[in-house]
Design a protein around this ligand. Sequence first.
Ligand SMILES: Cc1cc2nc3c(=O)[nH]c(=O)nc-3n(C[C@H](O)[C@H](O)[C@H](O)COP(=O)(O)OP(=O)(O)OC[C@H]3O[C@@H](n4cnc5c(N)ncnc54)[C@H](O)[C@@H]3O)c2cc1C
Length: 387
Amino acid sequence: MNFDLTPEQDQLRDAVRALGRRYGHGYFVEKAKAGEHTTELWHEAGRLGYLGVNIPTEYGGGGGGITELAIVCEELAAAGCPLLLLVVSPAIAATVINKHGTDEQRKRHLPGLADGSQKIVFAITEPEAGSNFHRLGTVARRDGDDWLLSGRKCYISGVDEAGHVLVVARTEDAATGKLKPALFIVPTDAPGLTRSKLDMEILSPENQFLLYLDDVRVPADALVGESLDAGLPALFAGLNPERITVAAMGAGTGRYAIERASEYTATRKVWGGRSIGSHQAVAHPLAHAAVQVELARLMIHKAATLYDAGRDLEAGISGNMAKYAAGEAAALAVDTAVQALGGAGMTTEYGVATLLGAVRAGRIAPVSREMILNFVAQHVLGQDKSY
Ligand SMILES: Cc1cc2nc3c(=O)[nH]c(=O)nc-3n(C[C@H](O)[C@H](O)[C@H](O)COP(=O)(O)OP(=O)(O)OC[C@H]3O[C@@H](n4cnc5c(N)ncnc54)[C@H](O)[C@@H]3O)c2cc1C
């Protein structure tokens, strides 16, 4: 067992940490409150090669794996800048296109994803289907060489920032029953594709949207892969990277909150000369949260290592466990930090309550804690499928 990063991964961690700290949580909050995006940070990270660390070098990426991308996600979050679109664009979309796209799709999309000039977001969730992807109702039907897509998607992150959206649909002749997905790379300005912004109680520079697809016409080469058979493996290819990187973002956010709180409690004195952190009722919850975050980090490291070694099934189990552990740990860490700061914890200035909405959402999305427990019960504990 090796718990050390390689020297290159260490350098990446240090460099991303330095970049994140240069922007900091104040920048993230300012952008979110102004209804703006973290464009400067995104582009600088792209120029420095951090957004494409997991994309092959022949397409302008760093040639690394999900371990490297998880480092980027964690360190930016640990600096107070948890960027959800890292999970959607380089982790999900780039992996799906790299592993299951055609040569032409790789050449067209990966260089832009690698340098951050292009974003591709991901649309699977639907109002009626929810967690049950077998009920997806977005249908693709042939019209000559083209495809026409119709349906509705919800909570889709970052559509306003992206050139394309990777839409999970099903074909007309497989419109019911077990999902046989077909994935399409759809321009966000395609005629018939409209969106409305959802009001979310999350302080974030990234937005969620309802998407309406009304006979959206796309050419044959918008279908991911050479044939419809690519759909299912393409969809699955995105899942492990998604779980691992969102877990890394959660762990980074947890670290950030605990660091803010520890600095505060070590210096805040309200009972004579003693810091409030010297009271175990203040320090122990923080120490407990720190343990939970570190446990989650270990599971993330394991999942990323298995994934990068091509051990997908084992990575699936570890990735789900990592996502669960990190989601819970991040929520605990931020809530504990708010409590430790007292009134200051609820101010914008101290920058912890600003993360409450995001970490709460992290227990629901991109896969809920209950659906992970279902997965673990079935695949680890050998229980009958419960749904
Ligand atoms: C901030 C945010 C960003 C998102 N971004 C995207 C995005 O970019 N793209 C995208 O496609 N989606 C996105 N989503 C959607 C997200 O993936 C879904 O919200 C999530 O998968 C849950 O689906 P649902 O909201 O329909 O909940 P439902 O399926 O309605 O479930 C509601 C509750 O019931 C529980 N539940 C449901 N079924 C079971 C069961 N069988 N056993 C036990 N419990 C169950 C769930 O765990 C949940 O707690 C985002 C969501 C949020 C909040």
